[in-house]
Design a protein around this ligand. Structure first.
Ligand code: NAD
Length: 298
């Protein structure tokens, strides 16, 4: 089976490589020549443009930064036609970018009019999961289309969930990341309070981990340097999931909440706090560095 892969950045690059290693015939493209070069060196054929990846492709996978990129790619922009117009009926599009659910739905509806199946399949697991092929996919679209996509998704991830119809994958993704953003702030606040009272952060973290405040941050991703090894806090907050990416997802959550008139006060506050943290120059640091907002700097 031939796969067209568009968007070879931090996530898309290793995902495309896993498909290549699994034996799929790939044609890949990215606007960045440097991103293309990384894959070319691994033996992945690089096309001259996104449209040039499509010849004979039965499946198209995209991994792009944001809604506007996905909309422009598939639906066109500035009078230029999008990829949907060039795809044969029966093609399956898997968009793994994290974007607005409303954009995923719009692209899926436009695809359906042309007989092209479009599923949204955003991921969790970060660049490590993309490299190891252990991503979690949250899929929005019909069950039948998910089953068609499954063999491809299984080469890039280890958990595949059907969240519901088109756009539901995006909604599940931002619900999860909104919770993650909030719980990282809450965990940071609690640790900083204990430390301000002279408690040993390792002892406090262990008490909370085994008590009713236990959560994923305390289990696997402690935000305070020196408590846990091999987490971003241990490495000066390098790697991991950037503050600006968290900020983007919390923005999507607020946009989504506005559209359905949901009340998400903590999600809104969390977005503001990550925005302040980013404005203070920490946008590229892992999101767990948000603990800096609560630390005594004297
Ligand atoms: P990235 O910026 O590293 O990569 C995106 C790539 O898309 C870039 O190389 C860019 O040149 C390319 N691109 C943009 N428009 C294009 C077009 N029209 N045609 C071809 N290429 C185009 O971003 P990333 O970290 O790989 O993230 C991709 C998506 O995955 C985002 O939606 C992000 O929110 C989501 N995500 C990222 C992470 C993470 O840890 N980095 C985790 C989960 C989800």
């Amino acid at each position: 089976m031939k796969i067209a892969f568009i968007g070879l950045g931090n996530m898309g690059g290793p995902m495309a490589l896993n498909l290549h290693k699994a034996g799929y015939q790939l044609s890949a493209f990215d606007l960045s020549a440097a991103a293309c070069e990384v894959l070319r060196k691994e033996g992945v054929p690089i096309a001259a443009s996104a449209a040039d990846t499509l010849a004979d492709a039965e499946v198209v996978v995209s991994m792009l930064p944001a809604s506007q990129h996905v909309e422009a790619l598939y639906l066109g922009s500035e009078g230029k036609p999008g990829l949907l117009e060039k795809l044969s009926a029966g093609t399956l599009v898997i968009d793994s970018s994290t974007i607005a659910a409303s954009t995923s739905l719009k692209v899926a509806k436009a695809g359906a009019k042309r007989g092209v199946a479009v599923i949204d399949a955003p991921v969790s697991g970060g660049t490590a999961g993309a490299t190891l092929g252990t991503l979690t996919f949250m899929v929005g679209g019909s069950k039948a289309d998910l089953e068609r996509a499954r063999p491809v998704l299984e080469k890039m991830g280890s958990n595949i969930f059907h969240a519901g119809e088109a756009g539901a994958g995006q909604t599940a993704k931002i619900c999860n990341n909104m919770l993650l953003g909030i719980l990282m702030i809450g965990t940071s606040e609690a640790i900083a309070l204990g430390v301000a009272n002279g408690l040993d952060p390792k002892v406090l973290s262990e008490i909370m981990r085994r008590s009713s405040g236990g959560n994923w941050a305390l289990e696997k991703y402690n935000p305070l340097p020196g408590v846990m090894e091999n987490v971003p806090a241990f490495k000066g907050y390098a790697g991991g999931f950037g503050t600006d990416l968290m900020l983007k997802d919390l923005g999507l959550a607020q946009e989504n909440a506005g559209a359905v008139r949901a009340s998400t006060p903590l999600g809104g506050l969390a977005r503001s706090l990550y925005a302040s943290h980013s404005l203070a120059g920490h946008g590229a640091l892992d999101f767990s560095s948000v603990i800096k907002l609560f630390q005594n700097k004297s």
